[in-house]
Design a protein around this ligand. Structure first.
Ligand SMILES: *Cc1c(COP(=O)(O)O)cnc(C)c1O
Length: 381
């Protein structure tokens, strides 16, 4: 049997939406995207939201608007996707990696506190795999340090919650990804949400070259208006052609989460009998169940990947510890022992196929295949 790692659930109604946009004269960022921004701000109960053409470009616009640049430091987890650190590096600032908690694989206030220096400009908390970091505790830690911005990497956590809050409630900004495999997707895309009006204004400018008016605003008033550029920006706006794929996914995301949660429960129960580790979910967390990683002994990991691939099961690795990848290792001299939890997790983790349309038959096959390859590995070692 062949099992894909991921398949989206978009279909005919979405194709109709794209066709409707093609029928209008305006292909880039216009009224469709503005309506989605209103929808996002209502969903997250934050006053301001902006669509972006990726998490990465949205994060660049946000860090630019916050004035992050050479000489500054931004604290990021060692266990994350490279984009979290790369945006800092691209702006000439230094990503200061911290190790994650061994049970949850999330950053903790204690680890953040140890990494703060007079150069710290921001902290990016990553809600890894869909479990929110303790944002209330992180906000408390930074309460008397207003010069340090608290950002959330919500690429894995659109619909997740912790205690009685969701993304955007305790941070300066929450950043989302609508990349092809994310729980809410339009192929490529992202969003920014904030409670801070002045940051919203600054990020809106930074999203479009630093220009004082967007294309739709420039043309909507009828006649031509001059625009100015006072600050530097990136090109991070999402075209309506892609934005039109989002409105139907937002009100239904919690329905798909109940499917994801049931599947995660099924996987966890079956895998509990095997010699694998899974991340711990804290009490009070509504997990967004974006990815389903397991951890095997690092000595077995590559055999498990090969064995699953041989049986037709596609897998991914999320992630190898970022500071020990060649670029960061060469530039800053980071070593595995500097981030032992992230390194050990990264050398043993394997992410299994996991998405709402995965059939019961395919799930049973994935679980049986994992059991087979682990049994085979155990007899060899
Ligand atoms: C996918 C992802 C990103 C990058 O998102 P893009 O929209 O592809 O730029 C950032 N952080 C994490 C944790 C991700 O998984």
């Amino acid at each position: 049997m062949k099992v894909d790692f991921y398949r989206h659930s978009l279909g005919a109604a979405d194709a109709e939406g794209v066709a409707r946009v093609l029928d209008t004269p305006f292909l880039t960022s216009g009224m469709v995207g503005k309506a989605v921004e209103t929808q996002l701000s209502a969903f997250f109960e934050v006053p301001h939201a902006l669509l972006m053409n990726s998490w990465t470009n949205g994060a660049l616009a946000t860090l630019l608007a916050l004035g992050v640049g050479p000489g500054d430091e931004v604290i990021v987890p060692a266990m994350t996707f490279i984009a979290t650190a790369n945006v800092v590096e691209l702006l000439g600032a230094k990503p200061v990696f911290i190790d994650v908690d061994a049970a949850t694989l999330l950053i903790t206030p204690a680890a953040v506190e140890m990494a703060i220096t007079p150069r710290t400009k921001a902290v990016i908390a990553v809600h890894l795999y869909g479990q929110m970091c303790d944002m209330r505790a992180l906000a408390d830690l930074l309460a008397d340090r207003p010069e340090i911005a608290l950002l959330e990497d919500c690429a894995h956590c659109f619909e997740g919650r912790r205690d009685d809050y969701g993304p955007g409630q305790y941070s300066d900004a929450a950043l989302f990804s609508f990349y092809a495999t994310k729980n809410v997707t339009c192929g490529e895309g992202g969003a920014f949400a904030t409670r801070r009006a002045e940051l919203y204004e600054a990020v809106m400018r930074a999203r479009l070259h630093g220009m004082s008016a967007s294309a739709v605003d420039r043309y909507q008033t009828g006649g031509y208006r001059h625009w100015d550029m006072e600050v530097l920006g990136v090109k991070a706006n999402l075209p309506d052609l892609l934005a039109v794929l989002l409105p139907r996914q937002i009100p239904t995301v919690r329905d798909r989460l109940s499917v994801r949660s049931a599947m995660a429960q099924e996987y966890a129960t079956a895998l509990a009998a095997l010699n694998v580790r899974m991340p711990h979910t804290e009490i009070g967390v509504v997990h967004a169940q974006h990815l389903f990683p397991i951890h095997v002994h690092p000595r077995l990991r590559d055999e498990v990947i090969a064995g699953l691939n041989q049986r037709g099961v596609a897998v991914a690795i999320n992630y190898r510890s970022v500071p020990t990848l060649t670029y960061y290792h060469r530039k800053y001299g980071y070593a595995p022992a500097d981030f032992p939890v992230s390194y050990e997790w990264g050398e043993g983790t394997v992410t299994l196929p996991f998405f709402p349309d995965l059939s019961a038959e395919a799930r049973a096959y994935v679980l049986a295949s994992v059991a087979d390859v682990i049994a085979a590995g155990a007899t060899r070692h």
